[in-house]
Design a protein around this ligand. Structure first.
Ligand code: CU
Length: 117
């Protein structure tokens, strides 16, 4: 009985891992001048792509009361913003470099990706 539940649990974990990475890829959302990111237990979507050399408005909508998510940091662009609860905080960004950059919460626990094309 125990062996069966361990095996089932293992298979479930493998499926979950695959699903997680698959979903991560699927979640990349292309921004068109502006994009909304819901801040609730992480960033949704957690991966966005924005155009190189153009100004994109990233609207962080914080619904999560956890103090963990009160700051968002885009270190590659020297941006640090505090996100008041239940408000929309707009970060304007005009990327002068291409690539994949991370944005993180104040403690580095939640991550998002900014893909500049
Ligand atoms: Cu945090």
């Amino acid at each position: 009985m125990n062996k069966i539940s361990v095996a089932v649990g293992g298979v479930f974990l493998i499926i979950l891992t695959f699903w997680y990475f698959f979903m991560k890829k699927e979640q990349t959302v292309e921004a068109d001048e502006s994009i909304d990111i819901l801040v609730e237990g992480g960033y949704k979507p957690s991966a966005i792509s924005i155009p190189f050399g153009k100004t994109t408005k990233i609207n962080f909508i914080r619904k999560d009361p956890s103090s963990c998510l009160e700051d968002v940091i885009l270190s590659d662009f020297k941006i640090k913003k505090s996100l008041p609860l239940n408000e929309t905080t707009t970060v304007e960004i005009t990327p002068d470099k291409k690539g994949t950059f991370d944005f993180v919460c104040g403690m580095g626990m939640f991550h998002g990706k900014l893909i500049v094309k």
